[in-house]
Write a protein that binds this ligand. Structure first.
Ligand code: ADQ
Length: 407
């Protein structure tokens, strides 16, 4: 990184992810599997590590067991030479309570900042699927001399109500920050678009510490990065926006340039999977110049026997398609698809078993789901609604280890 300031990465990975239930029933949202081999947290960690940020604390909270295990087995680095990526559970240092909000999570872990003595603290969320070079954002932060720089994504104004919205002037200085406003302000150069906050911030250490202390003393605060810290720094004139559309990642194609998805709902999670499948995907996992890392399980190659086939699909290691047919789907390690069954436009997680003659359409099947022979999922929505979870967009979801019901 140019100029090489000392950088500490803090990844906020404590979100509950209620809207992704049942996938978050017993795992934290950043631990939700994605794209066959990955978990959501792998995207932010890959982005940070590719930019050579190698001191990273991952703040965890709810249901963090599988997240801790994943980070420890996949991401822990040697602390020799000061490199580390480590999960930091809620410390409960300041009394017997969980973190109240994301700012409180950092406040309770201030010892990390005191120990690492960084000049810059990069605070990124863990819930998104994207590629980004944080070094380019840090460069801009150093050039403007901002206290905080927040990454902004141009979205249609009516879609911005779900996000923190950055009201910036033409030079990028932030005039106001509104967390999930009913009537988002437009951009100076494009009134029908708004800058949605991606939940990624670059702070000068002093500005962060000062803001966290002031926030901690404010009993009326919700202690949230988007709800309290950003509005405070915007009002003080210390915040700048970083336009994500200017970020150029090595090897990105025109199609996946600027790709960022908040996979906070079942439908957005499903759609982001469907983005992966095509010949020239809008999100290209095969860009080896900005790799997305994970630790795939030790499994033999995928095998297609007895006429089994897969089209327009991603198929992971250890899968056996024994006679069944798979189309337009993402198939995770160790899945088995038996004779004359049919799987279409679906997401199958690790160890799912599809029995002979079964039909699965537009479905998300969590780990180890069993679909017995001749069962039907995603065919009759009314029947599905009485037994399973069906999303607003009509995707049928079966939670971890569930067994589909046979008529
Ligand atoms: P939300 O996603 O609604 O909006 P939040 O639930 O605080 O905000 O999640 C932000 C990140 O912090 C997530 O990665 C989550 O896992 C994590 N997190 C939440 N509470 C935490 C806690 N107590 N401890 C540790 N980690 C925690 C945020 C911003 C918006 C922005 C959207 C973009 O507030 O301004 O637009 O993200 O998706």
């Amino acid at each position: 990184m140019r100029g090489s300031p000392r950088v500490l990465g803090i990844v906020l990975a404590g979100g509950e992810g209620k809207r992704l239930s049942p996938l978050t029933q017993d795992r934290a949202k950043p631990a939700v599997p994605f794209g066959g081999n990955y978990r959501l947290v792998d995207f932010v960690l890959s982005n940070l590590v590719n930019a050579e940020i190698r001191q990273i604390a991952v703040l965890t909270q709810y249901k963090s067991h599988s997240l801790d295990r994943h980070i420890t087995t996949t991401w822990r680095m040697s602390s020799l030479l000061g490199n580390y990526i480590t999960p930091v559970p809620a410390q409960q240092r300041l009394g017997p309570r969980w973190f109240t909000g994301s700012a409180d999570a950092i406040f309770q872990s201030l010892n990390l900042i005191h120990d690492a003595r960084p000049e810059i603290v990069v605070v990124f969320g863990a819930d998104h699927v994207y590629r980004m070079d944080p070094a380019q954002m840090i460069d801009q932060h150093l050039q403007t001399g901002a206290g905080v720089t927040v990454a902004g994504l141009r979205v249609p104004r009516h879609e911005a109500t779900e996000f923190g919205v950055i009201d910036a002037d033409a030079d990028g200085k932030v005039k106001g920050f509104l967390e999930k406003p009913a009537d988002p302000p437009g951009l100076p150069d494009s009134p029908e678009e708004s800058f949605a906050s991606m939940g990624n911030y670059v702070f000068t250490t002093e500005a962060l510490l000062e803001a966290l202390r002031a926030d901690a003393e404010d009993d009326a605060s919700v202690h949230d990065m988007g709800g309290s810290i950003m509005p405070m720094l915007a009002d003080k004139g210390e915040a700048w926006v970083y336009d994500f559309s200017t970020n150029v990642v090595p090897g990105a194609t025109e199609r996946d340039h600027g790709y960022w998805r908040d996979v906070g709902t079942m439908d957005s999670y499903y759609d982001a999977h469907m983005d992966l499948r095509s010949v020239s995907p809008v999100f290209n996992l095969y860009n080896d110049r900005w790799p997305i890392y994970t630790l795939p399980p030790q499994l033999p190659p995928a095998k297609f026997v007895l006429g089994g086939r897969a089209e327009d699909s991603m198929v992971s290691a250890g899968v056996i398609i024994a006679g069944g047919s798979v189309r337009g789907s993402v198939v995770s390690p160790g899945v088995r698809v038996d004779g004359s069954s049919s799987v279409e436009d679906s997401v199958l997680m690790d160890g799912v078993h599809i029995g002979e003659g079964a039909v699965v359409r537009r479905a998300i099947l969590d780990k180890n789901v069993v679909v017995p022979p001749f069962a039907r999922i995603g065919v009759d929505h009314e029947a599905d609604r009485s037994r399973y979870h069906v999303s607003a967009g009509g995707v049928t979801v079966l939670g971890k280890g569930a067994r589909a019901i046979l008529d």
